[in-house]
Ligand binder design. Structure first.
Ligand SMILES: [Zn+2]
Length: 159
């Protein structure tokens, strides 16, 4: 998430009115949820993110590559805040730790969305498919999203 320009100031302003997604997008993320997004070791979890990335590529007719910069062992230190989308290489690089909202945020950049729309797209999609985890964010999510989407997911992990 290198771009901070146009970053929304609150979560509320990007959640209402809600984004209406194609059913195929909802299905892709729901399938990911069914696989157990937060279970397994890092390699197993990354494989699920890869499946989700492939499914979204299919829906949108894209060929975005998902790159694991985290490594194979350590999924705990730091945040995913240094993750980014590289438009010239068409690559999403996940760094720090695996984060669902961060991945969706970067995929939104691959869809050519600016910062505000990337936050809007990823948070709305997360809310629709993971309502329990999203609700658990409460006011913290509201506050945190002002700075970065990433800590929202750290807060969610293990819920
Ligand atoms: Zn961004």
């Amino acid at each position: 998430m290198p771009y901070q320009r146009n970053y929304p100031r609150t979560a509320d302003e990007v959640l209402d009115p809600p984004v209406v997604f194609k059913q195929s997008v909802i299905d892709a993320v729901t399938n990911f949820k069914t696989m157990g997004a937060w279970t397994g070791n890092l390699q197993e979890k990354f494989a699920k993110f890869q499946t989700l990335n492939d499914s979204l590529n299919e829906v949108y007719g894209l060929n975005v590559a998902l790159i694991n910069d985290i490594g194979v062992e350590n999924d705990s230190p730091g945040s995913s805040g240094s993750s980014y989308f590289n438009p010239s290489l068409n690559e999403i690089h996940l760094q720090g730790k695996l984060s669902v909202v961060t991945f969706l945020h970067e995929y939104a950049h691959a869809l050519d969305k600016d910062e505000r729309d990337a936050v809007r797209w990823s948070l709305n999609l997360f809310r629709q498919v993971f309502p329990t985890q999203f609700a658990a964010l409460g006011r913290q999510g509201h506050v945190v999203v002002v700075q970065r989407v990433v800590p929202v997911v750290e807060h969610v992990r293990g819920v």
